[in-house]
Design a protein around this ligand. Structure first.
Ligand SMILES: [Zn+2]
Length: 147
């Protein structure tokens, strides 16, 4: 089986998952983490909408949620705060309202975007942290959890 290194979408700690897995239970925080690529072509209204993989919101997609993905493409409507570990692409047909955090951003002419942006490699958790970094974060998470 091929293994993919991801970060838990809830606690940001590193996980190794089978490339074909659709979801996995985080061994750090015990949250169910979606690990499959998502194509959203419908109306979605939830508090938090997350995958440790790519997410594409098509022209038919209307999403009201805080979104977290490894890479995000928006062609439809998105209202909510976004964290993407790598790129955020806002296509010319998109209407986006909310704050964006990502390693990089591309905004096509014609797109509507209203909100704050924080873009750069240092703005997001690293997808492949160093062992030291991962250990430090695990220690910090344990401390935060009071263990
Ligand atoms: Zn976790």
């Amino acid at each position: 089986m091929a293994v993919r290194h991801i970060l838990c979408t809830q606690c940001d700690l590193p996980l190794d998952v089978d490339e074909t897995a659709k979801s996995v239970n985080c061994r750090h925080c015990n949250t169910r983490v979606i690990t499959e690529a998502m194509v959203v072509a419908e109306y979605v209204a939830v508090r938090r909408f997350a995958t440790a993989n790519r997410m594409r919101i098509t022209k038919k997609g209307i999403v009201y949620a805080a979104v977290r993905a490894d890479a995000l493409e928006v062609e439809g409507v998105l209202q909510g705060d976004v964290v993407s570990l790598s790129s955020i692409r806002i296509a010319k047909s998109a209407q986006v309202k909310g704050s964006l955090r990502g390693a990089s951003l591309s905004l096509e002419p014609g797109a509507t975007f209203v909100g704050d942006v924080a873009i750069g490699p240092e703005q997001v958790p690293r997808a492949e942290p160093t062992v030291d970094g991962a250990l430090a974060r695990e220690a910090a998470a344990r401390e935060a959890a009071g263990r």
